[in-house]
Design a protein around this ligand. Structure first.
Ligand code: SF4
Length: 345
């Protein structure tokens, strides 16, 4: 859960998760859909899937692994997690190298190595192992991690308060913030998308996402090529995905969303699908459509009450908030509601 966020932000989510899945057995028994729903909004959903898979393996082995190798054999457990759990829980003398530890070590020796390069990470692992107190590996690891998190911070490290100040080469040079050397980050890409929100009766039209959060349900989204109008793209692409022609469109708002190096700018429209067969009005066009190979429909229809049972990526959460803010979550296209005006959440 701590990927790209702070412990303070994650603690309430972790506590809720633990209340819902207090044991490995509870997590192993839970359907994947429920685990993903409890993880919703945290991103990196593969972690939640692997955590559940690891719980299933632990339950089927009837034992929690206590060695570095045994821990690393669990799904989703890499060298860092294995070393942290092994040293803190079972006093295995295995050094942990996270971003905080890497920063402290790079500054101590004023290393010019990129900590994320294979050579840099190998060297840092070796250096951390050399520094580890084998008598108390858990405390030793946590001390170094905590030092990096609270004293040897990325900006403005508090060197006068640091217990390692006397042996720190970066401090001696007066340039601690220059270490570790930063690799050039990937340039960000901005992608322009258009989203369609449509209801069939009381059910929202969703599709399985293939790009932003693969496998998650999301309202249909389409990429808008440069120079094209989003509404035209939506009108043209909708039928291929949803199986019905898009009728009247109404702009709902714009959203911004970021995933790693990608920035999404999403224009959102509500739309009312055409349900009457166009063949009555345009027999030629209908015949052409019928002859055209159509991609297999990927849509799922969910009632509002069912939405919370599924995991949604951050973008869908923002879309649902946008709908709720416009009192549209219950479906603007309900014939009965249209007569009465939309209900509020
Ligand atoms: S002396 Fe300063 S730069 Fe060196 S490890 Fe301590 S806080 Fe970091």
């Amino acid at each position: 859960m701590l990927q790209q966020t702070t412990a303070a932000a994650v603690v309430p989510r972790w506590e809720t998760f633990l209340r819902r899945f207090p044991t490995a057995q509870a997590l192993a028994r839970a359907p994947e859909r429920e685990v993903l729903a409890a993880w919703a909004g945290l991103g990196y959903y593969a972690r939640a899937r692997r955590l559940r898979q690891a719980a299933r393996e632990i339950v089927s082995a009837r034992a929690f692994p206590r060695t570095l190798e045994g821990l690393k054999a669990l799904p989703g457990v890499g060298p860092y997690t294995a070393a942290a759990v092994a040293s803190i829980c079972f006093a295995v003398p295995a050094a942990v190298v996270d971003g905080n530890v890497a920063r402290v070590l790079a500054r101590l020796e004023a290393l010019r190595l990129d900590p994320r390069s294979p050579a840099g990470s190998r060297y840092l692992q070796w250096a951390a192992q050399a520094l580890l107190d084998p008598a108390e590996p858990g405390e030793s690891n946590q001390a170094l991690m905590e030092l990096g998190a609270t004293v040897c911070t990325p900006r403005a490290p508090r060197c006068p308060a640091c217990p390692l100040a006397r042996s720190c080469e970066a401090k001696r040079r007066g340039t601690p913030e220059r270490f570790p050397v930063r690799r050039r980050s990937k340039p960000t890409r901005t992608l322009h998308l258009v989203a369609g929100v449509a209801w069939r009766g009381s059910r929202l039209v969703l599709v399985k996402d293939r790009d932003i959060v693969p496998g998650h349900l999301i309202v249909p989204l389409f990429s808008v090529p440069a120079g094209r109008r989003p509404a035209n793209v939506l009108r043209k692409e909708w039928e291929n995905v949803a199986g019905r022609p898009a009728g009247a469109l109404e702009p709902l708002g714009k959203l911004r969303h970021s995933v790693l190096d990608r920035r999404y700018l999403v224009e959102v429209f509500t739309l009312e699908e055409e349900t009457a067969s166009p063949s009555l009005r345009f027999p030629q066009e209908t015949r052409r459509r019928a002859e055209r190979p159509r991609s297999k429909s990927r849509i799922r229809l969910l009632r509002e009450s069912e939405l919370s049972r599924h995991a949604h990526g951050g973008l869908t959460v923002k879309l649902l908030r946008l709908l709720a803010g416009r009192a549209l979550v219950h479906g603007r296209a309900h014939p009965t509601q249209r007569e009465q005006g939309p209900r509020r959440c």
